[in-house]
Design a protein around this ligand. Structure first.
Ligand code: ZN
Length: 141
């Protein structure tokens, strides 16, 4: 479920996801307020809630999972015997510099939240693209 450290095909499929943002919007540097708002939009279109975390040390403390330096984002449901009511979504801002890249990363992670059994099959990325297609591009970034 994490990215960049994964299989090259998974990385390529994530980078091939098409954001609904205009090219100029997609190039804008990612800021936390925009990310938080975008996550809320993904929650709506994926119909799955999550708690956004960008403090990776706090994420490690909460989950016991050390966030790999080369991992862009990760979803955490909790241990099998004690699932969290709301999964965590950790985003490594250092590896997601632009709004367009954030859309690709969020589509990938929300695909896992919505269809956890799909893994990284081709159909999973078709679903991830479907989430992006349902997002309305925000007027202001
Ligand atoms: Zn993944």
């Amino acid at each position: 479920m994490s990215q960049l450290r994964g299989h090259p095909l998974t990385t390529a499929r994530t980078r091939a996801l098409r954001s609904p943002l205009s090219p100029s919007q997609a190039r804008l540097p990612l800021g936390f307020p925009w990310l938080r708002q975008r996550v809320a939009h993904f929650v709506d279109v994926a119909e799955r809630d999550c708690e956004l975390m960008v403090d990776l040390q706090a994420y490690a403390a909460a989950t016991g999972i050390t966030f790999a330096d080369n991992c862009a984002a990760q979803v955490y449901w909790g241990p099998v015997e004690q699932r969290r009511p709301v999964p965590l979504l950790a985003v490594n801002l250092a590896l997601v510099p632009t709004c367009g890249e954030a859309d690709q990363v969020l589509a990938h992670e929300f695909m896992h939240l919505r269809w956890p059994s799909y893994g990284h099959k081709a159909v999973a990325f078709q679903r991830a693209q479907g989430l992006l297609d349902r997002l309305a591009a925000p007027v202001a970034v």
